[in-house]
Design a protein around this ligand. Structure first.
Ligand SMILES: CC(C)(COP(=O)(O)OP(=O)(O)OC[C@H]1O[C@@H](n2cnc3c(N)ncnc32)[C@H](O)[C@@H]1OP(=O)(O)O)[C@@H](O)C(=O)NCCC(=O)NCCS
Length: 169
């Protein structure tokens, strides 16, 4: 199924790419200069890594330059101490005419025990740019499974709430 947020885009033929084609993963060890005074990774460092991981997923979908337009609310559910490993998994979850929503899930791994703990889920929106730096049309997104179709539907709902928030502020 090809799905776009934009109704015009749904009636205009354009390339569409599978949701699975844009996955991006990163692995980082938490070093002392990544840490807050409590000895665990700082929120700012995690946001930076999320931005990079999400950008790679968006670039893989758009195959053109993208800029970060917004971060939805981000919660840090558990500390990740120095010496532990951060695992980030990014996935395009929805597209509009020129925008791309990416979900990034972050986990902390204790490298000695192998224990994994989910710490954050972030939704980041990118806008693709043309050669003149203006918003550019992006490929549609193909959901191949019922889970992916549900993911697309949730992305539509988040987009609607996000745009309401932006226009209200
Ligand atoms: C993102 C940016 C290119 C959007 O430009 P714009 O002139 O507002 O573009 P438009 O109003 O034509 O909207 C283009 C798309 O961006 C989306 N958009 C704009 N602002 C948004 C925001 N804050 N959050 C999510 N999506 C946003 C629109 O919904 C639209 O999506 P659609 O085409 O899929 O429907 C522009 O605001 C920008 O350059 N921002 C700075 C980006 C940057 O420097 N990021 C690095 C971190 S500061």
């Amino acid at each position: 199924m090809t799905a776009d947020f934009d109704t015009d885009a749904n009636t205009t033929p354009r390339d569409a790419r599978p949701m699975s084609g844009s996955q991006a993963s990163m692995t980082e060890i938490v070093m002392p200069n990544d840490a807050n005074p409590h000895g665990s990774v700082s929120g700012g460092r995690v946001l930076h890594l999320i931005d990079i991981c999400a950008a790679v997923a968006a670039l893989r979908h758009a195959r053109r330059p993208v800029v970060t337009a917004s971060f939805d609310d981000v919660a840090f559910l558990a500390p990740v101490p120095i010496g532990h490993v951060l695992l980030l998994d990014g996935q395009v979850t929805g597209v509009g005419r020129t925008s791309i929503e990416v979900r990034v899930a972050v986990r902390g791994e204790n490298p000695v025990t192998g224990d994994l703990r989910h710490t954050t889920t972030a939704y980041v929106t990118f806008v693709a740019l043309d050669d003149a730096g203006r918003p550019a049309t992006v490929p549609g997104l193909v959901a191949s499974t019922p889970d992916e179709e549900a993911t697309l539907e949730r992305a539509r709902q988040r987009r609607s709430a996000r745009l309401d928030r932006i226009h209200r502020d």
